[in-house]
Design a protein around this ligand. Structure first.
Ligand SMILES: [Zn+2]
Length: 233
């Protein structure tokens, strides 16, 4: 539960997400690449006190925000990666009734809709494609190790790429559909291996390595380039 507050300190304007946390021990001010400036107020501190603390750091916040790589919204002309390859979003007039409204063609993602609807259409397309692809590959990988996938869900978590529940439900970030295929396949193998080994022990890694090559390379790709995928959309 957070609220957006606009700080204006002598013309230095910063938009802050303000929320309370009973667990925080002091006022916390941070800049998150995806969520922007965050102010966390601990128990026993008034909102006014916390906002005045943040106001005192307005310049610092502005400078930190300026260093963040720019966001890339899904709109006409934006270049977005699909399975690791750049594609330019092109909004077209929706005249061709026989084609899907979003279609990938020769390095472009053609979106036949009103310009205002481009972000939602492209976002929906990524989620659908991610779901189809990840579910298919997870079931195939599980088959190879004699495990069973109960369900595949698609989400947009901030830090995790996938998860596996004790009941066999897998969940993945739709953003994996922007990553190279071998990276996506590593995450699939990782979660599928958890269907059998619910830990990160040696037996777990042996299973992952039986399913995919380039495990170390994929992990380092996610560490280095993964956060970048959160700039899109
Ligand atoms: Zn894991």
């Amino acid at each position: 539960m957070s609220r957006r507050v606009r700080l204006d300190v002598d013309g230095v304007v910063v938009d802050l997400d303000v929320r309370r946390s009973p667990r925080a021990r002091r006022i916390l001010l941070k800049v998150d690449p995806r969520l922007g400036a965050q102010l966390v107020i601990p128990r026993g501190v008034s909102r006014r006190e916390a906002l005045s603390f943040a106001a005192g750091k307005a310049m610092w916040l502005r400078d930190r925000m300026a260093l963040l790589p720019p966001r890339i919204p899904f709109r006409d002309g934006a270049v977005v990666p699909i399975l690791g390859r750049p594609h330019r979003i092109r909004q077209t007039v929706g005249t061709d009734l026989f084609h899907a409204e979003v279609r990938r063609e020769a390095g472009e993602l053609l979106v036949a809709c009103h310009p205002d609807d481009v972000p939602a259409r492209v976002g929906g397309w990524f989620r659908d494609r991610a779901h189809d692809t990840l579910a298919r590959r997870a079931v195939a990988a599980a088959d190879r190790i004699g495990a069973e996938v109960a369900r595949v869900g698609i989400r947009d978590p901030r830090t995790r790429w996938g998860s596996c529940s004790a009941a066999g439900a897998l969940s993945f970030s739709w953003r994996l559909f922007m990553a190279p295929e071998w990276v996506m396949d590593y995450v699939v193998a990782h979660e599928v291996a958890h269907l059998i080994e619910m830990n990160h022990g040696e037996a777990f890694w042996r299973r992952v390595e039986r399913l995919v090559d380039r495990v170390d390379e994929a992990r380092s790709w996610l560490r280095q380039s993964g956060p970048d995928l959160h700039r899109y959309g």
